[in-house]
Design a protein around this ligand. Structure first.
Ligand code: 2U9
Length: 357
């Protein structure tokens, strides 16, 4: 066989071996056997010196051409095998981006139902133009009682079952606030009307049984302007109840009551059909027109200013809306209870999004 024929056969064999390589390892073995130091093409090159000078040039060029062809064929097959391997992986390694987030510590955390209801209440009143006001849990007798028209000898002072701190040298003593009303007092002392605030927060009374815990939550509201009247009060409470219980209509009953800080004072019941119990009335809040003495105590002229206030127990509101039977479980730190009644961190209440859905 002539040298040229040898090269043709070698070329044919190598191309067949390259085409037959099933994977990258097999292909690399072909590359080494052709182009490696002791490979078939490299060995041809080493024979060059033993050829007669007149044949060297042509033989050298032909071997170089073959080398180029085989390199190109190796590269092409390599790309082919890599693409096929990638296609195979893409078939099995799919990512479904529509799958829900894998539960982890953050996804499993729950918002306490009282916090959720507080956020709902804030959302509703913010939409009506109220701001949120806050104040300290530790208060003075003056802010918690005196300025609210509850003097030392007033029987309501006993009703509040107050937690007192040890008296100071001057006889004065601090206390844990028994309602959030001192927040409204502080607002009236420091701000000129118009005032439109809600004051949510923790309050404390020395009382503990099936329906009372020593710490509970309230939201109180206060609106003071020159001509604010009971019609405004009734409208605000009606809108609040409809939005909170997520119903188009709610029956409301205003019963005459008595609080030292409001005159007149009322307790409000709603028709329990709002929570799916037709035929019953449920007491949900207290309210009234701010007593002129309270306005005076805060430096406001009752001849010029008037307004209304209301108070709602948040824990009770939470039990009613979400059908939670036992108040004491609210503060027991029971994770099983919380995973049942709690809310996902993604359930942020918004009016546009349908409050609780
Ligand atoms: C100022 C003036 C008046 C707040 C009011 C009520 C009626 C009321 C209860 C509801 C359930 C307390 O948590 S509860 O037990 N509250 O009935 N609260 S009027 O009146 C104010 C507050 C501040 C300066």
């Amino acid at each position: 066989m002539s040298g040229a024929d040898d090269l043709k056969v070698l070329e044919k064999n190598l191309i067949a071996e390259i085409g037959g390589a099933k994977d990258l390892t097999a292909l690399d073995a072909v590359r080494v056997s052709a182009l490696g130091k002791k490979g078939r093409i490299s060995e041809l090159m080493s024979k060059l010196g033993s050829l007669p000078p007149e044949e060297r040039k042509t033989f050298g060029q032909t071997v170089n051409t073959l080398k180029g062809q085989i390199s190109a064929a190796l590269d092409a097959r390599k790309t082919e095998l890599e693409t096929a391997a990638l296609d195979e992986r893409l078939k099995t390694e799919r990512t479904d981006v529509t799958l829900p987030v894998r539960p982890g510590p953050i996804a499993e955390g729950r918002i306490h139902p009282v916090s959720q209801v507080l956020d709902e209440v804030v959302e509703i009143f913010a939409d009506m133009g109220f701001s949120v006001a806050e104040g300290p849990d530790i208060e003075t007798d003056e802010m918690n009682f005196d300025k609210l028209n509850i003097p030392a000898e007033h029987p309501a002072r006993q009703d509040h079952d107050t937690f007192y701190f040890a008296p100071k040298a001057d006889g004065s003593r601090l206390l844990l606030r028994t309602h959030t009303s001192p927040v409204q007092i502080r607002t009236m002392v420091s701000q000129k009307p118009p005032i439109r605030i809600i004051a949510p927060g923790r309050v404390y009374r020395c009382d503990s049984d099936q329906t009372h815990t020593p710490m509970f939550h309230q939201v109180e509201g206060l609106v003071i302007d020159e001509s604010t009247h009971m019609g405004h009060l009734k409208w605000v409470l009606q809108e609040f109840c409809k939005a909170f219980f997520e119903v188009d209509e709610v029956k409301m009953r205003f019963r005459a009551s008595h609080f030292p800080f409001t005159e007149p004072s009322m307790e409000v019941d709603i028709g329990a059909e709002a929570i799916g119990k037709p035929g019953q009335w449920l007491e949900i809040l207290g309210c009234g027109m701010v007593h002129p003495n309270v306005l005076k105590n805060c430096g406001l002229d009752p001849e010029k200013y008037q307004g209304f206030a209301f108070g709602v127990g948040l824990d009770r509101l939470t039990m009613l809306k979400y059908g939670i039977p036992d108040l004491r479980a609210f503060f027991s730190g029971d994770l099983t209870w919380l995973s049942h009644y709690g809310f996902s961190t993604l359930d942020v209440p918004t009016l546009a999004g349908g409050l609780s859905s």
